[in-house]
Design a protein. Structure first.
Length: 394
């Protein structure tokens, strides 16, 4: 507490701290945050319209919350809610954005307290980060670099993941199909149970596991981009495009998550501020091709495009992005008109990701994909076919 900090440290001064707290509590009129006078004036006028059962300090606080735009405070304000438009009109000539000034006053108080009780070590900005940002955040080079990074991700996923796919396919068939079938015959299981376990459950598992190498490589690359600090800059680069769609730059973050899986992409859209922005992002997210589609794209690309398979897959992903953009434009100019909220984002310094962190993130995402893809759907696809085969053989 200002003026009561003498004699208080990490080991002694507990009693002095208690006395200081008691004095601060007794002085209920002490204003910790110094708001601009026009805001206090209108907040006090709103407070006068509130119920006398609400303590004075809480009435002023509710008034400030209403001026800040908090919709929940109106439920407690009573008749004062009807006077809000008048208060905002009175402030329009003196303060252009009440919410901004209220937040600024609070942050000034927070900064003053932090400066009084802490020592800050100022670190010199990284020269490497500054040099890289001059290129990666360039208004002309930023978008081509982002597209090249995405193409590189698909190139690695298709080539390296595709090389490992036959191994996973052969291994899953040997273990979960032929292995279970051999075990059933060895232990003299009934024929229907052997077919159910080997062809039904084992076949379903075999449908999912061959997809693991390519999807795993994509998850590994996405984890590398996130941990290295590039993904935050990708959102900054895409901010101009997202603003053209009437969305903030941070809407790009859940959309890029859609490359891994559309489910967390839709869930991530809940972090956006405005309901309009959340709904638009959710409606655009399904056009971002997820990891499950990558495996399907890879099969057709290898069959029809040969050495140009990676370029074909990249083109399909770009087509999905274009469709998402067109959807956003259509919504912006029809049923979801409005302006995007400002986008502020802290850019971390570039660093080499820790291998352990990459492995953990990749494993968690890959495990989630395998569990979601293998839960029920694959079994339902195989069981009718295997049941028909079993009945035909009988």
């Amino acid at each position: 507490m200002p003026g009561h900090s003498a004699g208080i440290d990490s080991r002694t001064g507990i009693e002095a701290l208690k006395i200081a707290l008691d004095r601060h509590q007794a002085n209920s009129d002490l204003e910790l945050v110094h708001y601009p006078q026009p805001l206090l004036r209108e907040a006090d006028l709103l407070a006068q319209q509130m119920s006398a059962q609400i303590p004075t300090r809480q009435r002023r606080w509710l008034g400030l919350q209403m001026l800040e735009g908090d919709i929940y405070s109106r439920a407690y304000a009573g008749d004062a809610a009807d006077k809000l438009d008048i208060a905002l009109a009175n402030l329009s000539d003196e303060i252009d954005d009440p919410a901004l000034h209220i937040a600024d006053a609070r942050y000034q108080t927070i900064a003053a307290i932090c400066d009084a009780v802490s020592n800050t070590l100022t670190a010199e900005p990284s020269r490497f980060t500054a040099a890289m940002d001059k290129v990666i955040l360039n208004r002309f080079l930023g978008l081509p670099i982002f597209l090249f990074v995405m193409y590189l991700m698909f190139l690695l996923a298709i080539n390296i993941g595709g090389a490992l796919q036959p191994i996973f396919d052969a291994g899953s068939v040997a273990i979960f199909v032929h292995g279970i079938q051999w075990l059933g015959y060895t232990l003299h299981f009934p024929d229907w149970l052997t077919v159910f376990l080997a062809q039904g459950i084992g076949g379903g598992i075999n449908t999912v596991l061959p997809l693991v190498p390519q999807i795993g490589m994509m998850y590994l690359f996405l984890s590398f981009l996130e941990d290295s600090g590039y993904m935050a800059r990708a959102a900054f680069v895409m901010d101009r495009l997202m603003q053209a769609l009437g969305l903030p730059g941070k809407s790009f973050v859940p959309l890029i998550v859609g490359f891994g899986c559309n489910v967390p992409s839709v869930m991530g859209a809940r972090t956006l501020d405005a309901p309009r922005e959340r709904l638009m992002t959710i409606m655009m997210a399904p056009f971002m091709s997820c990891g499950a589609r990558l495996a399907i794209f890879a099969v057709f690309a290898a069959a029809f495009f040969g050495q140009n398979g990676a370029l074909a897959v990249f083109s399909l992903y770009v087509l999905g992005i274009v469709m998402a953009i067109l959807t956003g434009l259509m919504l912006k100019h029809t049923i979801m008109r409005g302006e995007a909220s400002p986008f502020v984002m802290e850019l971390p310094v570039y660093h080499v990701p820790h291998i352990k962190s990459l492995i953990i993130q990749t494993w968690q995402r890959l495990k989630g994909f395998v569990l979601r893809a293998g839960k029920g759907d694959r079994h339902r696809q195989h069981l009718p076919q295997r049941a028909e085969q079993f009945l035909t053989e009988r």
